[in-house]
Design a protein around this ligand. Structure first.
Ligand SMILES: N[C@@H](CCC(=O)N[C@@H](CS)C(=O)NCC(=O)O)C(=O)O
Length: 202
């Protein structure tokens, strides 16, 4: 499998999932500004949306949208318990978490990275983020991971978006459970491997 990624972007979650699943994969870095690959290929010829992550699977088909990739990866290695079984209520809880992270956390961080976004847009995003981070803090509570005692792909995604906070001066000190979660997840060998490949500080 081939994962198209950009360092520290949301593709880090899929990268972590691949490492956690122990699946053989190749990583290809995308320059998101120029939309090119290291060999000069226009990434939009591969992925018309021009964003990461994208995963080329074994039969050559391209899968896009982070939450779909995360579940696909988990389902390739069911013994690693990265997602509850398809059809179980636990799987719907996982999907609910993935959607929450994607639409309420990830997409509220996006304007903070956008140099063209107006201050009023950024302020509104910060306010929404603070509400949604409080809700994530309550959801996690005293559990080790979002679904309880075992690590799932939702944790890989939450860890990835929380990592953006310090890049855009979002203070996480009001969320001690989330801060401890970050440390717990970062200590996982698979997470360290993915971060190392992306050139991130481990
Ligand atoms: N809907 C997509 C959004 C992916 C996304 O926001 N990717 C960002 C990095 S975190 C990106 O590649 N942005 C560059 C761009 O949109 O041109 C998903 O959930 O996978």
């Amino acid at each position: 499998m081939k994962l198209y990624f950009a360092p520290a972007a949301c593709s880090l979650a899929s990268h972590i999932a691949l490492e956690e699943a122990g699946l053989k994969h190749e990583t290809i870095r995308v320059d998101l500004r120029s939309k090119t690959l290291p060999d000069g290929t226009d990434y939009r010829q591969i992925c018309p949306q021009g964003y990461v992550p994208a995963l080329q699977v074994k039969n050559g088909e391209l899968l896009t949208e982070g939450p779909a990739l995360l579940q696909y990866i988990a389902d390739q290695a069911p013994a690693t318990n990265l997602a509850p079984a398809n059809g179980s209520f636990g799987r719907y809880r996982l999907q609910s978490l993935l959607n929450f992270i994607a639409t309420e956390l990830h997409k509220n961080f996006s304007p903070l990275f956008d140099p063209t976004a107006a201050d009023v847009t950024k302020d509104a995003a910060r306010q929404r983020l603070s509400l949604r981070l409080s809700q994530a803090e309550a959801q996690l509570g005293a559990q080790n991971f979002l679904l309880g005692d075992y690590f799932t792909v939702a944790d890989a995604y939450l860890f990835t978006v929380l990592g953006w906070a310090r890049m855009v001066q979002v203070d996480l000190t009001p969320y001690p459970q989330l801060q401890q979660f970050q440390q717990r997840v970062q200590a996982r060998p698979a997470v360290q491997r993915a971060m190392l490949v992306e050139g991130l500080k481990v």
